[in-house]
Design a protein. Structure first.
Length: 317
Protein backbone atom coordinates (compact mmCIF):
# COMPACT_ATOMS: atom_id res chain seq x y z
CA UNK A 1 0.00 0.00 0.00
CA UNK A 2 1.29 3.44 -0.89
CA UNK A 3 1.20 6.11 1.76
CA UNK A 4 0.66 9.66 0.65
CA UNK A 5 2.72 12.17 2.64
CA UNK A 6 1.25 15.68 2.83
CA UNK A 7 3.42 18.43 4.30
CA UNK A 8 1.70 21.65 5.27
CA UNK A 9 3.78 24.80 5.81
CA UNK A 10 1.93 27.28 7.98
CA UNK A 11 3.20 30.82 7.40
CA UNK A 12 3.78 33.27 10.21
CA UNK A 13 0.53 34.94 11.16
CA UNK A 14 -0.98 36.95 13.97
CA UNK A 15 -1.64 34.78 16.97
CA UNK A 16 -5.20 34.22 18.05
CA UNK A 17 -6.48 35.79 21.24
CA UNK A 18 -5.80 32.50 23.01
CA UNK A 19 -2.09 33.14 22.41
CA UNK A 20 -2.26 36.85 23.34
CA UNK A 21 -2.41 38.49 19.91
CA UNK A 22 -1.84 41.94 21.38
CA UNK A 23 0.92 42.18 23.97
CA UNK A 24 2.39 45.00 26.05
CA UNK A 25 6.14 45.62 26.18
CA UNK A 26 8.40 48.21 27.79
CA UNK A 27 11.93 48.84 26.54
CA UNK A 28 14.81 50.74 28.15
CA UNK A 29 18.09 51.51 26.37
CA UNK A 30 21.40 52.93 27.52
CA UNK A 31 25.17 53.04 27.31
CA UNK A 32 27.27 50.34 25.63
CA UNK A 33 24.30 49.10 23.62
CA UNK A 34 22.47 47.94 26.73
CA UNK A 35 18.78 47.13 26.24
CA UNK A 36 16.16 45.44 28.41
CA UNK A 37 12.45 44.62 28.13
CA UNK A 38 9.57 44.14 30.55
CA UNK A 39 5.84 43.35 30.15
CA UNK A 40 5.06 45.22 33.37
CA UNK A 41 7.78 47.82 33.99
CA UNK A 42 8.82 45.90 37.12
CA UNK A 43 10.87 42.79 36.27
CA UNK A 44 13.32 43.27 33.39
CA UNK A 45 15.14 40.95 31.00
CA UNK A 46 18.43 41.92 29.38
CA UNK A 47 18.35 41.61 25.57
CA UNK A 48 21.06 41.62 22.90
CA UNK A 49 20.91 44.77 20.77
CA UNK A 50 23.91 43.91 18.62
CA UNK A 51 25.32 47.40 19.29
CA UNK A 52 28.43 48.38 21.23
CA UNK A 53 27.78 52.12 21.32
CA UNK A 54 25.36 54.20 23.35
CA UNK A 55 21.64 53.89 22.57
CA UNK A 56 19.86 57.22 23.08
CA UNK A 57 16.18 56.64 22.42
CA UNK A 58 13.43 54.16 21.58
CA UNK A 59 9.90 54.49 20.17
CA UNK A 60 6.90 52.24 19.43
CA UNK A 61 4.56 52.30 16.41
CA UNK A 62 2.84 49.99 13.91
CA UNK A 63 3.84 46.92 15.94
CA UNK A 64 7.51 47.90 15.63
CA UNK A 65 10.09 49.14 18.12
CA UNK A 66 12.82 51.45 16.82
CA UNK A 67 15.93 52.42 18.81
CA UNK A 68 18.65 54.93 17.84
CA UNK A 69 22.11 55.72 19.07
CA UNK A 70 25.74 56.65 18.54
CA UNK A 71 27.56 56.36 15.21
CA UNK A 72 24.36 56.57 13.18
CA UNK A 73 22.88 53.35 14.54
CA UNK A 74 19.20 52.53 14.01
CA UNK A 75 17.82 49.14 15.05
CA UNK A 76 14.28 47.75 14.85
CA UNK A 77 12.40 44.88 16.47
CA UNK A 78 8.92 43.34 16.24
CA UNK A 79 8.95 42.26 19.88
CA UNK A 80 11.90 43.84 21.73
CA UNK A 81 13.80 40.56 21.71
CA UNK A 82 15.32 40.23 18.21
CA UNK A 83 16.83 43.44 16.78
CA UNK A 84 17.89 44.26 13.21
CA UNK A 85 20.30 47.04 12.16
CA UNK A 86 18.96 49.47 9.52
CA UNK A 87 20.86 51.52 6.95
CA UNK A 88 20.49 55.31 6.97
CA UNK A 89 22.29 58.52 5.97
CA UNK A 90 23.45 59.69 9.40
CA UNK A 91 26.86 58.18 8.77
CA UNK A 92 28.99 58.26 11.93
CA UNK A 93 26.90 61.06 13.49
CA UNK A 94 25.13 60.61 16.80
CA UNK A 95 21.34 60.07 16.60
CA UNK A 96 19.74 61.65 19.65
CA UNK A 97 16.01 60.98 19.29
CA UNK A 98 13.32 58.93 17.59
CA UNK A 99 9.52 59.31 17.48
CA UNK A 100 6.39 57.85 15.90
CA UNK A 101 3.06 59.53 15.17
CA UNK A 102 0.01 57.43 14.30
CA UNK A 103 -1.62 60.13 12.16
CA UNK A 104 1.51 60.51 10.03
CA UNK A 105 2.14 56.78 10.12
CA UNK A 106 5.93 57.08 10.02
CA UNK A 107 8.97 57.05 12.28
CA UNK A 108 11.36 60.00 12.41
CA UNK A 109 14.86 60.30 13.86
CA UNK A 110 17.12 63.26 14.52
CA UNK A 111 20.66 63.98 15.58
CA UNK A 112 23.90 65.60 14.51
CA UNK A 113 23.14 64.72 10.88
CA UNK A 114 19.72 66.41 10.80
CA UNK A 115 16.36 64.67 10.38
CA UNK A 116 15.38 61.47 8.58
CA UNK A 117 12.11 59.56 8.22
CA UNK A 118 11.84 55.80 8.35
CA UNK A 119 8.51 54.82 6.84
CA UNK A 120 5.84 52.76 8.57
CA UNK A 121 8.22 50.19 10.06
CA UNK A 122 11.58 51.94 10.40
CA UNK A 123 13.25 49.63 7.90
CA UNK A 124 14.08 52.19 5.18
CA UNK A 125 15.37 55.68 6.03
CA UNK A 126 15.53 58.84 3.89
CA UNK A 127 16.73 62.40 4.48
CA UNK A 128 13.88 64.79 5.29
CA UNK A 129 13.46 68.20 3.66
CA UNK A 130 13.90 71.04 6.16
CA UNK A 131 13.06 74.62 5.18
CA UNK A 132 16.26 76.63 5.56
CA UNK A 133 18.47 73.56 5.32
CA UNK A 134 19.22 70.64 7.61
CA UNK A 135 19.50 71.68 11.29
CA UNK A 136 22.80 71.59 13.14
CA UNK A 137 21.88 69.05 15.80
CA UNK A 138 18.48 67.68 16.84
CA UNK A 139 18.30 66.82 20.53
CA UNK A 140 14.63 65.96 21.04
CA UNK A 141 11.61 64.75 19.00
CA UNK A 142 8.03 63.91 19.94
CA UNK A 143 4.61 63.42 18.33
CA UNK A 144 2.55 66.63 18.06
CA UNK A 145 -1.02 67.61 17.12
CA UNK A 146 -0.81 66.72 13.43
CA UNK A 147 2.62 65.19 13.06
CA UNK A 148 5.90 65.86 14.83
CA UNK A 149 7.86 68.47 16.73
CA UNK A 150 11.63 68.60 17.20
CA UNK A 151 14.22 70.93 18.72
CA UNK A 152 17.95 71.23 19.23
CA UNK A 153 20.76 73.74 18.96
CA UNK A 154 20.58 77.46 18.01
CA UNK A 155 17.10 78.05 19.55
CA UNK A 156 15.26 76.43 16.65
CA UNK A 157 12.04 74.41 16.82
CA UNK A 158 10.94 72.21 13.89
CA UNK A 159 7.46 71.05 12.85
CA UNK A 160 6.20 68.49 10.35
CA UNK A 161 2.83 66.97 9.44
CA UNK A 162 4.21 63.99 7.53
CA UNK A 163 7.75 63.48 8.86
CA UNK A 164 9.17 64.11 5.39
CA UNK A 165 8.86 67.91 5.17
CA UNK A 166 9.76 70.21 8.05
CA UNK A 167 9.53 73.94 8.79
CA UNK A 168 11.81 75.83 11.18
CA UNK A 169 10.83 78.41 13.80
CA UNK A 170 13.17 80.43 16.03
CA UNK A 171 12.10 80.60 19.67
CA UNK A 172 13.96 83.90 20.18
CA UNK A 173 17.20 85.65 19.27
CA UNK A 174 19.23 83.82 21.91
CA UNK A 175 21.22 80.95 20.46
CA UNK A 176 20.69 78.37 23.18
CA UNK A 177 20.30 74.62 23.14
CA UNK A 178 16.81 73.15 23.55
CA UNK A 179 17.33 69.81 25.24
CA UNK A 180 13.73 68.54 25.16
CA UNK A 181 10.40 69.43 23.60
CA UNK A 182 6.96 67.86 24.07
CA UNK A 183 3.35 68.45 23.06
CA UNK A 184 0.21 67.97 25.17
CA UNK A 185 -3.05 67.83 23.16
CA UNK A 186 -5.38 70.69 24.01
CA UNK A 187 -2.78 72.58 26.06
CA UNK A 188 0.37 73.22 24.09
CA UNK A 189 4.11 72.73 24.21
CA UNK A 190 6.76 72.33 26.88
CA UNK A 191 10.49 72.56 26.29
CA UNK A 192 13.57 72.33 28.46
CA UNK A 193 16.37 74.79 27.70
CA UNK A 194 20.01 74.25 28.67
CA UNK A 195 22.22 76.87 30.28
CA UNK A 196 20.12 77.36 33.40
CA UNK A 197 17.17 78.90 31.52
CA UNK A 198 14.83 76.05 32.47
CA UNK A 199 11.37 75.16 31.19
CA UNK A 200 9.29 77.22 28.75
CA UNK A 201 5.65 76.60 27.77
CA UNK A 202 3.72 77.79 24.73
CA UNK A 203 0.19 77.33 23.32
CA UNK A 204 1.30 77.90 19.73
CA UNK A 205 5.12 77.73 19.36
CA UNK A 206 5.11 81.53 19.00
CA UNK A 207 4.62 82.94 22.50
CA UNK A 208 6.75 81.29 25.18
CA UNK A 209 6.54 81.67 28.96
CA UNK A 210 9.55 80.80 31.12
CA UNK A 211 8.62 78.65 34.11
CA UNK A 212 12.06 78.56 35.67
CA UNK A 213 12.29 74.84 36.34
CA UNK A 214 15.47 73.05 35.31
CA UNK A 215 14.51 70.14 33.06
CA UNK A 216 16.59 67.23 31.85
CA UNK A 217 14.19 64.98 29.95
CA UNK A 218 10.60 64.82 28.78
CA UNK A 219 8.23 62.70 26.75
CA UNK A 220 4.60 62.90 25.68
CA UNK A 221 2.13 60.05 25.29
CA UNK A 222 -1.35 59.03 26.32
CA UNK A 223 -2.45 62.56 27.24
CA UNK A 224 0.54 63.14 29.55
CA UNK A 225 3.80 65.02 29.55
CA UNK A 226 6.38 63.48 31.86
CA UNK A 227 9.49 65.45 32.74
CA UNK A 228 12.39 65.56 35.16
CA UNK A 229 13.12 68.78 37.02
CA UNK A 230 15.58 70.12 39.54
CA UNK A 231 13.63 68.69 42.48
CA UNK A 232 12.39 65.43 41.01
CA UNK A 233 10.13 63.98 38.34
CA UNK A 234 6.55 65.03 37.52
CA UNK A 235 3.75 64.27 35.11
CA UNK A 236 1.06 66.65 33.90
CA UNK A 237 -2.15 66.55 31.87
CA UNK A 238 -2.67 70.32 31.89
CA UNK A 239 0.73 72.09 31.86
CA UNK A 240 -0.52 73.94 34.96
CA UNK A 241 -0.97 71.16 37.53
CA UNK A 242 1.97 68.80 38.10
CA UNK A 243 2.14 65.58 40.13
CA UNK A 244 5.50 64.54 41.56
CA UNK A 245 6.48 60.88 41.55
CA UNK A 246 10.20 60.40 42.02
CA UNK A 247 13.77 61.58 41.86
CA UNK A 248 15.20 63.24 38.73
CA UNK A 249 16.92 61.16 36.06
CA UNK A 250 18.07 61.17 32.45
CA UNK A 251 15.23 59.40 30.67
CA UNK A 252 11.46 59.13 30.84
CA UNK A 253 8.88 56.95 29.16
CA UNK A 254 5.20 56.06 29.25
CA UNK A 255 2.89 53.37 27.96
CA UNK A 256 -0.68 52.15 28.39
CA UNK A 257 -1.61 48.47 28.29
CA UNK A 258 -4.89 48.44 26.36
CA UNK A 259 -5.51 44.84 27.40
CA UNK A 260 -6.09 45.77 31.04
CA UNK A 261 -6.00 49.59 31.05
CA UNK A 262 -2.88 49.79 33.24
CA UNK A 263 -0.42 52.66 32.74
CA UNK A 264 3.35 52.50 33.22
CA UNK A 265 5.55 55.53 33.88
CA UNK A 266 9.29 54.95 33.51
CA UNK A 267 12.10 57.26 34.44
CA UNK A 268 15.60 56.90 35.84
CA UNK A 269 19.27 57.80 35.68
CA UNK A 270 21.79 55.02 36.19
CA UNK A 271 20.57 51.46 36.18
CA UNK A 272 21.33 51.57 39.88
CA UNK A 273 17.79 52.96 40.08
CA UNK A 274 14.78 52.35 37.85
CA UNK A 275 11.39 53.85 38.63
CA UNK A 276 7.99 52.57 37.58
CA UNK A 277 4.76 54.12 38.81
CA UNK A 278 5.17 55.19 42.41
CA UNK A 279 7.71 52.50 43.28
CA UNK A 280 11.50 52.36 43.09
CA UNK A 281 13.19 49.20 41.87
CA UNK A 282 16.85 48.26 42.10
CA UNK A 283 18.96 47.45 39.09
CA UNK A 284 19.24 43.84 40.26
CA UNK A 285 15.75 43.36 38.87
CA UNK A 286 17.23 44.12 35.46
CA UNK A 287 20.64 42.47 35.68
CA UNK A 288 23.93 43.26 37.34
CA UNK A 289 25.31 44.05 33.86
CA UNK A 290 23.36 47.32 33.91
CA UNK A 291 25.00 48.72 37.01
CA UNK A 292 26.57 52.16 36.36
CA UNK A 293 25.03 52.24 32.89
CA UNK A 294 22.78 55.21 32.23
CA UNK A 295 19.19 54.83 31.04
CA UNK A 296 19.12 57.02 27.92
CA UNK A 297 15.70 56.12 26.54
CA UNK A 298 12.50 54.41 27.67
CA UNK A 299 9.19 53.59 26.00
CA UNK A 300 6.22 51.23 26.30
CA UNK A 301 3.66 50.11 23.75
CA UNK A 302 1.48 47.40 22.26
CA UNK A 303 2.63 44.94 19.62
CA UNK A 304 1.19 41.87 17.87
CA UNK A 305 2.73 38.57 18.82
CA UNK A 306 3.72 36.38 15.88
CA UNK A 307 3.23 32.62 15.57
CA UNK A 308 6.47 31.05 14.21
CA UNK A 309 6.46 29.12 10.95
CA UNK A 310 5.44 25.52 11.60
CA UNK A 311 5.37 22.32 9.54
CA UNK A 312 2.73 19.62 9.88
CA UNK A 313 3.13 16.19 8.28
CA UNK A 314 0.03 14.08 7.63
CA UNK A 315 0.26 10.40 6.60
CA UNK A 316 -2.63 9.17 4.53
CA UNK A 317 -3.11 5.47 3.89
Amino acid sequence: MTKLVITLFLSSCLASSAFGASAFQCVIVGDAGKLATSPTGVSWTLRTSGQAGQLNGVAFGNNVMVAVGASGKIITSPDGVVWTSRSNSFGSNNISAVAFNASAGVFVAGGAGGIEYGGVDGSTWSIATVTGGQPGTILSMNPAANGFIAAGTASFVYQSTDGMNWSRTSVDSNSYSIATISYLPGYGYLMGVNGGIGVKTSPDLVTWTTKGWAETASTSAGGYIIFNGSGGAWYTQTLTSFTGFGSPGISVGYGKNTNDGSEVFLWGDAFASLYSGSKVYNATLVTSSFVSTAIRGASCGMYNQIVPNTRRVILVN
